[in-house]
Ligand binder design. Structure first.
Ligand SMILES: [Zn+2]
Length: 277
């Protein structure tokens, strides 16, 4: 499932392909991906428009058009934007097609492919609640320790689940959270309120490392999709890259989580108020 690094890479590609270009054709027949609008909104709103900016916040992309309208794109579980020649055949699972021209380039065709159709494409001139609700983005805003520590201190959820809350930090998903907690040596089952300030610092550093490393790996393998080079994600049963102890797998908040029971320390909140005898 695409997370911040994947979506940031998509943003960079879309910016290369679309910035300053004029849309000469926009087609889709997919009601589910374009909800709540009918697919006809695409042609009606995009034709003749040019793309002023390609932005990202968390896992959402935003194309800013020259008439002030925006196109919001979420990749869902299996969404990808691809660049093709205008005469290239339709892709398998192609849901949206946007053709563009730009002075200095031959015409191009940008295709949105999404086999499972959990992605979204929303064209609107109004504010978009899903975008507005997003918390700070680790790449754009940085990770500010004090607000993060405060938010974690006030939750009984596990730190793993809290980190995946998009209103706390935008763009962190299962992979980034799993990797960051391994880098930070914190057990994913620790509750938010059990963490000390130094723990939060370690987690923040882990988040930066996990995001930077995955972005670098994705850039290096593009446009191929090389096997993932995660340290612990998806590697249950394999030796921990740090201490060689076998990695464990549990489910937290319905999501599979891999961790090292030996070198990731578990923090426990003190139960209730204790009375002095
Ligand atoms: Zn270990």
């Amino acid at each position: 499932m695409p997370e911040l690094p994947d979506v940031e890479l998509a943003r960079r590609r879309l910016q290369d392909w679309m910035l300053g270009a004029t849309i000469v054709s926009a087609k889709s027949a997919d009601r589910r991906i374009l909800r709540p609008h009918p697919p006809s909104i695409l042609k009606r709103s995009l034709l003749g428009r040019s793309v002023r900016a390609v932005e990202r916040r968390g896992k959402w992309l935003r194309l800013r058009l020259d008439d002030g309208r925006n196109v919001y794109s979420h990749l869902g579980m299996t969404g990808r934007w691809l660049r093709r020649e205008p005469d290239a055949p339709r892709e398998q699972a192609e849901r949206v097609r946007i053709d563009l021209v730009r002075d200095d380039w031959p015409p191009i065709s940008v295709r949105y492919v999404d086999p499972r159709r959990f992605g979204r494409l929303v064209v609107t001139g109004k504010s978009f609640p899903e975008w507005e609700a997003l918390g700070p983005d680790p790449l754009i805003d940085g990770i500010r320790l004090r607000p993060l520590a405060q938010a974690l201190a006030s939750t009984r959820r596990t730190v793993k689940e809290a980190l995946m809350d998009q209103s706390l930090l935008a763009g962190v998903g299962n992979i980034v959270a799993t990797e960051a907690l391994w880098y930070g040596r914190i057990d994913p089952r620790s509750t938010g309120q059990a963490l000390s300030y130094p723990d939060v610092k370690r987690i923040a550093r882990g988040l930066r490392t996990a995001i930077r490393k995955e972005l670098a790996d994705l850039e290096a393998s593009y446009p191929e999709e090389l096997p993932d080079a995660f340290r612990v994600y998806g590697r249950a049963g394999e030796p921990c890259p740090r201490c060689r102890s076998p990695l464990s797998r549990i489910v937290l908040g319905g999501r599979s989580t891999t961790y090292c029971g030996r070198c990731q320390e578990r923090r426990r909140a003190r139960g209730g108020r204790r009375r002095r005898a």
